[in-house]
Design a protein around this ligand. Structure first.
Ligand code: NDP
Length: 303
C-alpha cells in the first residue's frame, strides 16, 4: 500500500497540503502540542488542514515530551518564538508553574490545554470546556439546567466549570473514586456558586427524573466501541440531552444507548473541533472553517 492510501492516523507524518513556503520576507509561524504519547492525536492533522484552508503559512508540530523535559520544552517554545501550543496528557497541570499567568477559567480549573504567547508573556488557557459548551448550545442552552456529570478527571473539571459559568442551575457529580468526585463537587460549588452534590458510583447509575443534561466525562468507551458506561437508561427521561466527551469512536456505546432511549445526543468530536477552533482563533485572529476541521478529524480517525 502506498503511504497516500494509508489511513491518516497510521502515517508517520500528517500529509497535509501546506501553503507553499515562498516568502522571502517572513518565516512560517509555529504552534505545537506537547504530550506523551502524542502518536494518534488528530490535532496536528486538523490544524494543518485549517491553516491551509485559511491560506496561513503556519505549521503545527506534535512533539513527544516526557514529564522531566517539560520545563526545557516550554523554554524552547519561548526561545524559538512559537506562537502558542496545546498540552495533552500528562502536562495539563504540570505546565502551570512554567507560565507567566493563567486566564480566569484555567485558573479556576487548575488545568491548561492551550498556550498563548503575547509578546514575552506565555499565558495558560483552557479551551476544552468552552468547546464543550459551544457543542451543547447546538442542542440546548445550559442556562437554568440540571446537569449530571459522570467522571471527575481533567475533562470533567473543564466541562463542569464552563457549563456552570454558562448558567447551569445545578450539578450532580457521579464518580467511582470518592476523593476525586468530592474534590470536583467542592471545586465547582466554591468557584462558581452553583449548587453541586456528589454521588458515589456503584452499579448502574439511576438518573433523577428531572435531569436535563447527562454527560459522560469518563474515559470509558475510548478506543472501545463496546465499552459500557454503567447507567440505567430506563431512568433517563427521553427529553434529556446526552453528551459524550469520548471522540474515538464518535458513536460510543453510551450514545447508542441514549439514542435507543429517544434522547438527543452530542458526540465528543464536536467538542474536539470546537476547542481546537477556539485555540486557532486565539492564535491567528482568524475564524477557522470548522467543517474542514471536523472532516479532517473524521478522516484521521476514519470515523
Ligand atoms: P482522567 O484520567 O483525568 O479521568 C478519567 C475519569 O474516568 C475519572 O473520573 C475516572 O474515575 C473515570 N473512569 C475511568 N474508567 C472508569 C471505569 N471503568 N468506571 C468508572 N469510572 C471510570 O481523564 P480525562 O478527564 O483527561 O479524559 C477523559 C476522557 O475525555 C478521555 O476519553 C479523553 O479522550 C476525553 N477528552 C475529550 C476531549 C474532547 O475534546 N472531546 C478533550 C479532553 C478529553 P476515577 O476517578 O474513579 O478513576
Amino acid at each position: 500500500m502506498r503511504e497516500d492510501d494509508a489511513p491518516a492516523s497510521t502515517r508517520r507524518l500528517p500529509q497535509v497540503l501546506l501553503v507553499p513556503f515562498d516568502s522571502t520576507d517572513d518565516i512560517p509561524q509555529i504552534v505545537c502540542c506537547f504530550g506523551q504519547p502524542v502518536a494518534g492525536n488528530p490535532t496536528q492533522f486538523m490544524m494543518e488542514k485549517a491553516f491551509a484552508d485559511a491560506g496561513l503559512d503556519w505549521r503545527y508540530l506534535s512533539l513527544e515530551v516526557p514529564p522531566e523535559s517539560l520545563a526545557d520544552a516550554v523554554r524552547g517554545l519561548r526561545a524559538m518564538g512559537f506562537r502558542g501550543g496545546n498540552l495533552t496528557i500528562p502536562h495539563k497541570v504540570a505546565v502551570i508553574p512554567l507560565l507567566d499567568r493563567l486566564t480566569h477559567a484555567a485558573d479556576m480549573m487548575g488545568a491548561v490545554n492551550c498556550l498563548i504567547r503575547e509578546g514575552a508573556e506565555l499565558i495558560g488557557e483552557n479551551t476544552d470546556g468552552k468547546g464543550f459548551v459551544e457543542s451543547l448550545r447546538t442542542l440546548v442552552d445550559p442556562t437554568g439546567k440540571k446537569i449530571v456529570l459522570l467522571g471527575a478527571g481533567g475533562a470533567a473539571r473543564a466541562v463542569a466549570i464552563e457549563t456552570a459559568l454558562a448558567g447551569a442551575a445545578e450539578f450532580t457529580i457521579v464518580n467511582r473514586s470518592l476523593e476525586r468526585g468530592e474534590t470536583l463537587a467542592k471545586l465547582v460549588h466554591d468557584k462558581t456558586g452553583v449548587p453541586t452534590s456528589f454521588v458515589a458510583w456503584q452499579g448502574d447509575y439511576m438518573a433523577p427524573t428531572d435531569v436535563d443534561v447527562l454527560i459522560n466525562c469518563t474515559s470509558i468507551g475510548l478506543n472501545d466501541s463496546s465499552g459500557r458506561v454503567p447507567v440505567d437508561f430506563n431512568t433517563v427521561p427521553p427529553s434529556c440531552v446526552v453528551a459524550d466527551v469520548v471522540f474515538n469512536p464518535a458513536e460510543t456505546q453510551f450514545l447508542k444507548a441514549a439514542k435507543a432511549r429517544g434522547c438527543p445526543t452530542l458526540d465528543g468530536l464536536g467538542m474536539l473541533v470546537n476547542q481546537g477552533a477556539i485555540a486557532f482563533k486565539t492564535w491567528t485572529g482568524i475564524e477557522p472553517n470548522r467543517e474542514i476541521m471536523r472532516d479532517a478529524v473524521e478522516e484521521f480517525l476514519e470515523a
